[in-house]
Design a protein. Structure first.
Lengths: 357, 357
């Protein structure tokens, strides 16, 4: 094992994030690029007395299939695949981010991705209440997107992953406790004035169970009570499609107007996937000061301190959310300059920091 | 797609070997080294309207797991994995041979491999009556074992795979028809004098349905009617363990004596896996003159003209075989020099050719 941090990462995923125990059946989604981490995970899973299979989540393979399949095939979810998800205890996804080229899906028609996303929705539903974790293994493609050398990128990723998670969790609990007593969140910033009801919802601290690295407080807003407009200045890459400068206007919780400076066609197609795609599934507040730079990777970017993000689509049931959708597309906004967050009318974040900091 | 032969290979596997049809659920076992073939298969499966998942069969990952797992874990087969096999329609195995290092399992204790082989036996049983194919994608490791450059090895493999299979099948049918009327096979050669009853059994022509490339006539001998001794001069590599110069003595179908010039410990451990491991599951006669050199790869070597092979372990039900086992280990013997095969006392192969040639 070349890099001991890979083994440490695997230990954190297996023991801390997913709490794998004897006889658990673990589904691992991986790519060839994440090979070293897969080997380390297998070693840890053996130690835990668990069983596993590794499913190849390679984008190039997927693309080849999507381009030759007809709509009848694309819109069917094979029961064998659904059963595999339903019957697993734990899912570890290294495949979502660790591809060799995050642009592989860029020439798959949005309509095709939309049909597939709809067909695959029962898979998301099936894992919602299981132990699952999305993480990443540093790849050349990720380093390239981050505009960093591979060595520097590895240092960046592992310093975000290998840390004292229980201590960080207690720091984030200050915000989540305050949020739990809040009915209405009002966010103001550049081209942004939006009010979201979180009345009765249960905000959660994300400290590594579902995402690694993590570091955010998130909640699913009341689906019908989002009003106003928001401008997401930071770009995101979703299935090879870059969405940049997205603007959404909400009325009664529904997206009534949408545009983007880049990737508008894709964004609009995704908003049409199903009824839930047009409503918010998440409001998140980034808290991780360790993630000290924007790397064009949603898993890390949305955890950055001084950012907020909202996702259209699937809500988190654990926070009281009820929105169902095949999609969950996060979009990020920097709050550093002139951004203010109000909880029930009282500012809790302004001038680049929380009021208790 | 760099090499058009990869796509042609995929077409042969999907359409000719496995006869994949709309809505089939296809399980693909693959390694990173077989990536190009996986992409081509995905493309063909999409065209056929089938669904698939790719399971990573990487040896390094498997080894890491085996080395940290305790015996309780190793001896359990998770029902989720068995169900996945049972519920699939087609299995395509590119993983068995296309690894980056066929010696990865060489330092896993034979006892561990023995326990795992026993635990995994229901998987073999589950696929026996399905459409399945074992093939290979040319890798550097395979070229190295064959003592060939990669380019020359690719030419060798594809000339063995891309051919007129129906025509070759009719050529092999001459031998299988004769064999179907035969009760007793007597094989004589260097350190070899063995008699096998095939009375009532149904010899099969292997022309690409289960192995690609293929080219052999095979049958499962009567389990209790094998007498004499046999010397397998050609080496085989099984899970990283090389067995060379194996000698087996049979009485009433049972191996009563075994030795090997190399890999004896591994051979003896495998013979202990279960009761069926000590009996013959197969007698095969290689017919493929296109495979014109020995490349230390059982999938190809056993199809070579002028060789025979026998396997201890699992029999082929389709030929009337009843032997059950978790293992199926083929061993090969060259017949070119002084080898004679008798069918019911009549020589049908001698002096390096079949009597009708």
């Amino acid at each position: 094992m070349a890099d001991p941090r890979v083994l440490e990462h695997a230990r954190i995923i297996v023991n801390y994030s997913c709490k794998v125990k004897r006889n658990d059946f673990v589904l691992i989604f991986a790519t060839a690029e994440a090979h070293d981490l897969v080997v380390a995970l297998a070693s840890e899973l053996g130690r835990a007395g668990a069983h596993y299979v590794v499913l190849d989540a390679d984008d190039q393979t997927r693309r080849a299939y999507l381009l030759t399949s007809d709509e009848e095939t694309l819109s069917a979810l094979p029961p064998q695949q659904l059963n595999l998800f339903k019957d697993s205890d734990v899912l570890i996804n290294l495949g979502a981010f660790s591809s060799s080229n995050n642009q592989e899906m860029s020439d798959v028609p949005p309509r095709t991705l939309q049909v597939v996303a709809g067909a695959m929705r029962p898979l998301s539903d099936a894992i919602m209440n299981k132990r699952w974790n999305i993480t990443l293994h540093p790849t050349m493609a990720l380093a390239q997107d981050a505009k960093m050398s591979y060595e520097a990128y590895c240092d960046f990723v592992y310093s975000a992953i290998i840390r004292d998670w229980p201590k960080f969790e207690s720091e984030m609990r200050v915000l989540s406790d305050k949020m739990a007593r809040t009915k209405s969140v009002h966010i103001v910033g550049r081209d942004t004035d939006i009010t979201l009801s979180i009345d009765g919802r249960r905000p959660k601290v994300s400290s590594g169970d579902h995402n690694m690295p993590s570091g955010e407080v998130f909640v699913s807003p009341v689906e019908t009570k989002v009003e106003g407009q928001v401008y997401f200045d930071l770009p995101i890459i979703e299935l090879g499609h870059e969405i940049k400068g997205a603007r959404l206007t909400f009325h009664n919780g529904l997206v009534v107007k949408s545009s983007a400076e880049q990737g508008e066609e894709y964004l609009k197609a995704m908003l049409q996937v199903d009824e839930g795609a047009k409503r918010l599934g998440e409001l998140g507040i980034g808290m991780n000061k360790g993630i000290n730079r924007f790397t064009r990777n949603i898993l890390l970017d949305e955890k950055m301190a001084d950012t907020i993000h909202m996702a259209v689509g699937r809500a988190y049931e654990e926070t009281g959310g009820t929105n169902k959708s095949a999609i969950h597309i996060d979009m990020i906004k920097s709050m550093k300059e002139n951004g203010v967050i109000y909880f029930d009318g009282e500012p809790i974040y302004k001038d680049g920091k929380f009021v208790w900091e």
